[in-house]
Design a protein around this ligand. Structure first.
Ligand SMILES: [Zn+2]
Length: 226
C-alpha cells in the first residue's frame, strides 16, 4: 500500500445513493449513536496523509504550529498518520485561518469533507478518497487552540457528530478547561467507528484495470462541522 503517493489528478466523486446510510444503534459505545455517517457512509482510512500549512517564524505562527503538532501527536496514538509536504497529496489539510461566519456565527475551527475520485502514482485505478479541509483560527489562547485542533481533527478523521459531555474532545461546547487528550469515551467511540465498513476502500496497488484519463466531473458531496 502506498497511500500518500503523489496525486496525478482529482475529480469530484459521483453523487452517492439517495438513501442515507444507517446511523449507529442507540446501544453503540461512547457517543457513537450521536454520529452521522456521510451520504456515502462512514469515512475512515487505515492511514491518513496529513498536510499542515507552513507559517513564518513569528511567535504567533510558532504557537499555532505547536498546538497543532500537540493535537496531531495525540491523534497519532489512535490513528495511523503520515505527514506529506505537498498539500495536493493529502487526505486532510490543516489551514491557519479563521473560519468564515456561518449563519452569522463565528467559530474557532471548522472541518469540511468532500469525496473525490483520486488517481495516485503507482496505483493503477483511481479510487474514492476523502478530502478534508480543517480551518483553525490562529487568534486563540494556547489551550483553546490545541483543544480546538483536537476537536476539528476528530471530525476530519471521521467523528462527524458531537458528544454531550464536555470532558470529551468531541463535546459540542468547550468548558472552562477544554480537554487536551482523548477521553475514554472518545476512544471507545473511535474504536467503534474504525470497525465499521468504510465508504472509502483502502488502496490496492495490484488492481489491474488502468485508467489514466479523468472521468467526467460530477457534483461533489460535502459536509461541514464546527
Ligand atoms: Zn464540532
Amino acid at each position: 500500500m502506498i497511500p500518500c503517493a503523489p496525486v496525478q489528478w482529482r475529480q469530484p466523486a459521483p453523487e452517492p445513493p439517495r438513501q442515507a446510510p444507517a446511523p449507529a444503534p442507540a446501544a453503540a459505545p461512547g457517543y457513537a449513536a450521536r454520529l452521522k455517517p456521510s451520504r456515502a457512509g462512514w469515512i475512515t482510512l487505515p492511514q491518513w496523509c496529513v498536510w499542515v500549512e507552513p507559517g513564518s517564524d513569528d511567535r504567533w505562527d510558532r504557537r499555532w504550529r505547536e498546538a497543532v503538532e500537540a493535537a496531531l501527536g495525540e491523534w497519532a496514538d489512535h490513528i495511523e498518520l503520515q505527514r506529506v509536504s505537498a498539500a495536493e497529496d493529502a487526505h486532510l489539510r490543516l489551514w491557519r485561518r479563521r473560519p468564515p461566519l456561518r449563519d452569522g456565527r463565528a467559530s474557532n475551527g471548522r472541518a469540511y469533507l468532500r469525496l473525490q475520485q483520486v488517481k495516485r502514482q503507482g496505483i493503477s485505478s483511481p479510487r474514492l478518497e476523502p478530502q478534508v479541509e480543517v480551518l483553525l483560527s490562529p487568534g486563540l489562547r494556547r489551550q483553546v487552540l490545541q483543544s480546538t485542533a483536537l476537536h476539528e481533527l476528530g471530525h476530519g478523521f471521521g467523528l462527524w457528530g458531537h458528544s454531550d459531555d464536555s470532558r470529551d474532545v468531541m463535546a459540542a461546547s468547550q468548558g472552562a478547561s477544554p480537554p487536551l487528550e482523548l477521553s475514554e469515551r472518545d476512544q471507545r467511540t473511535l474504536q467503534w467507528l474504525l470497525k465499521q465498513p468504510s465508504a472509502v476502500p483502502a488502496a490496492r496497488p495490484e488492481q489491474a484495470s488502468e485508467q489514466t484519463e479523468a472521468p467526467a466531473p460530477a457534483p461533489p458531496s460535502a459536509r461541514t462541522a464546527d
